[in-house]
Every structure is written in structure tokens, then in C-alpha cells.
Ligand binder design. Structure first.
Ligand code: GDP
Length: 456
């Protein structure tokens, strides 16, 4: 789809359904004149920008609604075009009728994300900021909102643009060498170029590393609760969530499938996954559960292993710890049911730094466990204001930039001709530019904006 950008678009900006008000937004050169055609009250075309006006919407002689109209004149609006927002009563019938009327008078129904696309094309936002608008709207925790807000405010773009500018300088010097290729001159100092690329590679690798946490924060951090049947996994899940969600039962292995719940700790969402028992079982359903547990663990950022401290043997405990180990997935060991033990028995249990003694049933030391969950997953990474990559498209572009720059580095160390260096530097610039949108294609734009909803 090629976007048309010189007409006036219209869409409902608030959610579908019944509400106190529904806001219909128009953007484009004719926004005000089209609104004027259906508005009874005053002449909107003669009003100042950033003003609000009361009046009625009429379809011929029929009054459809009483509304407030907000006016924003180009370039002082979200899209940098003329924008009109009609605050109607939030009835589905009224909204539909008003939109139809606006279309009849010359507006076009907007495509998904088309308002934000126009904001991007008109230079209000760069591409990563436009994507941050979608992330901000979808954010459901303090941490995901903060990450999106930081991207929207341009932190990420500024960092990339600074890198890009420095590279552009070298690219032009190398291009110049190409013009003098007969004379074997070097305008671009290879040592300086190498230093610059090493610096950029350092920044890139920090950004690439930040994706794991950045993405987890956006989606919620996958956390598996595993342990033998009856260890108290479901009880613990309830204690963490502070309500009766999972079905607690004293028959071993009743949690046949996995249950997923969201727990918010310090503004970060954890997706808690309760799994069936990990015991080697002959029962097929249970065996599927076991396999599922292992699968879930490998897809998770954190594992909480729960055991019944009043019952388990040291040998079984060690078997479990050994079989659940997955590289890259930190494990918290939770000794449950300490209410059934006396202090000497507790002291005799194996203890490591990551072991926490709790009673899920009595809700003892649950806050401590939450604290540990948070710090094990976040590892101090949310302390400062560092920029976090949360978008897979950005990750891929950063990785491609990294590859291209590594080739440049290689090319400097094993001297190759300037034209090959120039090609790789250009590639790196291209991929960096894809993130902020200084390099775009219709396909890329469509791919990004078609995921927005209509009205955004
Ligand atoms: P799951 O199979 O691992 O999900 O275990 P459940 O949560 O269903 O718990 C199994 C049994 O242990 C239930 O009867 C729970 O009430 C009991 N239980 C769970 N946690 C504790 C605890 O901290 N102390 C005691 N005394 N019993 C517990």
C-alpha cells in the first residue's frame, strides 16, 4: 500500500464502544473546512489555533449531537497538519454517523497508524519515536511505560544520531580517496577510524545486550515456578498474587497444565508460570507436564524451584537441582513449609545464597521472596537512566550495523582498498538510519504502521 499524504483523514481516536465522550480526529489540509460543513455554531475557519468551540453537528436538518471542537492549525499539531478533534457523546451510533458525514464531505477513513505516520513523514517524530507511541499506548507497567517514554523523548535516537554523524565524516573522507584512487592517498586516518569504530562497537554491544531485559520488561518477565507435586507451588503462586487463583489440592499432580499470572514487583511485570510436577512419572499426562516444565524453563528468564522442606530427601533435592539447571536461567531455591519444622530441622537443611526458607501457606517471608525475584531478574540494570532497546526491529538493525562495522575493522587491519571500506561503512550507516527512519522504504513503513490501531 502506498500511503496518500495530501488528503484529509478521519478516525475515532478513543476506544470503540460506549463512553462519556468519543473523540473523532481529522488531519489534513481540509480538516477545518470539512468540519465546518457539518458544524452549526460559528465559523471555525475564522478561529485561532488551539481553541475549543461549542456547537452542534447537523446532517441537513437533523441535529446529530452537541459537541466541542478543538482546533490545531498546521504546523502546530501532532501531525503538523491542520487537525480538528470533535468531542462527541460516546454513542456508537453518533460516532458512526458523524464519521460517515465527514467522509461524505470529503474526508477519507484513516488507515491504521496513519496519524502517527504523518507525524513521522512531517518530521514531528523519527521512526523509533513513532514506534514508542505504540509502545506507550500498549504499556501496562511502570517499567514498560518508562522504557517507551524514554524512547519517545528521543534518548535512543539521539545516541544513534551522534554515532551516525561521526561515521558520516569518515565515509565522506573515504569517498574522497576513491576520487584520487590513482594517487594512493589516505584522507581518512586509519587509526582514528579504528578508534571510532571500536567506540561505536562498544555502544552497540551495550545496546544489543540491553534488549534481553528491555524486551522482557515490555512483555513481562517469564518466571517459572517448578517443583515436585505437593511442594506447594500453587499455594506459593496464590501467596505471591495474594489471592486464590490456582486450584490448591492435596492430591499430588493436580496442576496438569500450566497456569500463568502476572505479578507486578516494583513496577516490573513478572509472568508467573506454575507447572505440573517434575517427578519422573509413568502417568502420561504427568509426563507431558514434566516435558512442558523443561520447555518452559528454557524459555524463561527466571526459575523458582520450590521443594517441601518437611519431606524431601537430600538425594531427591540434589537430583532436582541438577536436572533443572539451565545455562542463562538463574534459579531461586525456595524451601517451603517451614511452619512444619522446628528451628534445628531448618538449620540442618542444605543452604545456599539463593535458598529462601518460607511458608507459602502461612504467607511467611513472601515479601522477601518478591524482593529476591526482582533483584535476580533485574540485576541492578534498572538503576540509572540507561537506554534500553525494547524493539526487535531495532535489535536486528543494531546487529547488522555491528556486523558491517566489524568488517570495516577487519578491512583496516588487513588492508583492503578504500572502495570496499566505503561499502561497509555505507552499510553500517544504512542500518543505523533504518532505526530512526532517515532511511526508509514503503515496505518498512507499512510493516510498522499497519500494526498500530486505526485512529493512532
Ligand atoms: P503443588 O502441587 O506444588 O502445587 O502444591 P499445592 O500448592 O497444591 O500444595 C500441596 C499441599 O501442601 C496443600 O495441601 C497445601 O495446603 C500444602 N502446603 C502448601 N504450602 C504449605 C506450607 O507452607 N505449609 C504447610 N503446612 N502446608 C503447605
Amino acid at each position: 500500500m502506498i500511503y496518500q499524504t495530501n488528503d484529509t483523514i478521519v478516525a475515532l481516536a478513543t476506544p470503540n464502544g460506549i463512553g462519556a465522550i468519543g473523540v473523532i480526529r481529522l488531519s489534513g489540509p481540509e480538516a477545518v473546512t470539512i468540519a465546518q460543513k457539518i458544524f452549526k455554531g460559528k465559523d471555525l475557519t475564522r478561529q485561532a489555533s488551539h481553541t475549543i468551540h461549542f456547537g452542534r453537528i447537523a446532517d441537513g436538518d437533523v441535529i446529530l449531537d452537541e459537541v466541542l471542537v478543538s482546533l490545531f492549525f498546521a504546523p502546530h499539531s501532532y501531525t503538523k497538519e491542520n487537525v480538528v478533534e470533535l468531542s462527541c457523546h460516546g454513542s456508537a451510533f453518533i460516532i458512526e454517523s458523524v464519521i460517515k458525514l465527514l467522509i461524505k464531505n470529503g474526508a477519507r477513513a484513516a488507515q491504521p497508524g496513519e496519524f502517527t505516520l504523518r507525524a513521522f513523514l512531517n518530521g514531528q517524530l523519527d521512526l523509533s519515536q513513532a514506534e514508542a507511541v505504540a509502545d506507550l499506548i500498549a504499556s501496562n507497567s511502570k517499567a514498560s511505560q518508562q522504557a517507551a517514554m524514554q524512547q519517545l523523548r528521543g534518548g535512543f535516537s539521539n545516541q544513534l544520531n551522534a554515532l551516525r554523524e561521526q561515521l558520516v565524516n569518515f565515509a565522506s573522507l573515504i569517498e574522497l580517496e576513491l576520487d584520487f584512487s590513482e594517487e594512493d592517498v589516505e584522507f581518512a586516518n586509519r587509526d582514528q577510524l579504528k578508534q571510532l569504530i571500536l567506540t561505536i562497537l562498544g555502544v552497540l554491544s551495550r545496546l544489543i545486550e540491553s534488549f534481553e531485559l528491555g524486551n522482557a520488561i515490555k512483555q513481562g518477565i517469564n518466571t517459572v515456578i517448578a517443583g515436585r507435586p505437593n511442594a506447594g507451588k500453587s499455594t506459593l503462586l496464590n501467596a505471591l498474587l495474594n489471592e486464590e487463583r490456582a486450584i490448591v489440592s492435596h492430591i499430588a499432580g493436580t496442576t496438569r497444565d500450566t497456569i500463568e499470572e502476572v505479578l507486578n514487583i516494583n513496577g516490573v511485570n513478572f509472568r508467573l508460570i506454575d507447572t505440573a510436577g517434575i517427578r519422573e512419572a509413568t502417568d502420561t499426562i504427568e509426563a507431558i507436564g514434566v516435558q512442558k516444565t523443561m520447555e518452559k524453563i528454557s524459555q524463561s528468564a527466571l526459575l523458582i524451584y520450590v521443594f517441601d522442606a518437611s519431606e524431601i530427601s537430600i538425594a531427591d533435592l540434589n537430583t532436582d537441582l541438577e536436572s533443572l539447571k539451565k545455562p542463562g536461567v538463574p534459579m531461586l531455591v525456595v524451601a517451603n513449609k517451614i511452619d512444619l519444622l522446628d528451628p534445628e530441622q531448618i538449620a540442618a537443611l542444605p543452604n545456599t545464597e539463593s535458598t529462601l526458607f518460607i511458608s507459602a501457606k502461612q504467607k511467611e517471608r513472601i515479601e522477601e521472596l518478591k524482593h529476591k525475584i526482582y533483584h535476580t531478574a533485574i540485576k541492578g540494570q534498572l538503576a540509572g537512566n540507561e537506554i534500553m532497546v525494547t524493539n526487535i526491529r531495532h535489535l536486528e538493525a543494531l546487529q547488522k550495523t555491528e556486523e558491517a562495522l566489524s568488517r570495516v575493522l577487519n578491512g583496516i587491519d588487513n588492508p583492503i582498498t578504500s572502495d570496499f571500506l566505503a561499502i561497509d561503512i555505507k552499510q553500517a550507516l544504512h542500518y543505523l538510519g533504518e532505526i530512526t527512519g532517515s532511511v526508509t522504504t514503503d515496505d518498512l513503513l507499512e510493516n510498522i504502521f499497519s500494526k498500530f490501531c486505526i485512529g493512532k
